[in-house]
Design a protein around this ligand. Structure first.
Ligand SMILES: [Fe+2]
Length: 182
């Protein structure tokens, strides 16, 4: 079960930062996705990794946010009494959940976090999130949409269930994009 103090820390931190597209609602969707994809992973590791994966985020450190979130989550989890091995697996999953990470997810838990997180870029919610992110970066709508199309085309999934779910969601995403007047 997820440590209550860790969950509270993360929720308060994200609320304080007023996240636009990776706040607590994103965490809840990623957690639900992870539940839907779950097989034999260590759930304690997955839950903590989901909660901690975007802990340190700002536009200026996008390419570093996985590593920085990993380091921050590890120090908090250690102080809360998580075992060293658990902290290692949680921080490893967080460190490799981004396309900017220098290594792909190599454990079942890390692959589950990757897929659950990437699924939240698909469908109407994913489109909305991406438009918010693009707006914050100052991208005009037309460029934001072509950038989103590219993201959808390039998104990669690792688990069999993640791939199947992504296929369904991609279809819905294509339907949505076909309605745009661009
Ligand atoms: Fe995320």
């Amino acid at each position: 079960m997820l440590n209550k103090a860790f969950a509270e820390y993360v929720v308060n931190h994200l609320k304080k930062e007023g996240r636009l597209f990776n706040g607590t609602d994103h965490l809840i969707r990623v957690l639900k996705n992870a539940e839907a994809l779950r097989t034999t992973e260590n759930w304690k590791v997955v839950e903590a990794a989901v909660f901690g994966h975007d802990l340190a985020y700002s536009q200026s450190i996008e390419s570093m946010h996985a590593q920085e979130s990993s380091t921050l989550a590890a120090s908090i989890l250690k102080s809360l009494g998580y075992e060293q091995e658990e902290v290692f697996h949680i921080s490893d999953a967080i460190a490799c959940h981004s396309r900017f990470s220098n290594k792909p997810p190599s454990t079942d838990e890390a692959r589950l976090l990757w897929d659950a997180n990437k699924l939240d870029w698909l469908g109407a919610t994913g489109f909305g999130r991406f438009m918010l992110r693009s707006g914050a970066e100052g991208l005009p709508l037309e460029r934001a949409i072509s950038s989103y199309r590219r993201l959808v085309a390039e998104l990669k999934f690792y688990t069999p269930k993640g791939k199947a779910l992504a296929k369904e969601k991609r279809k819905k995403t294509e339907e949505l994009l076909s309605q745009l007047q661009f």
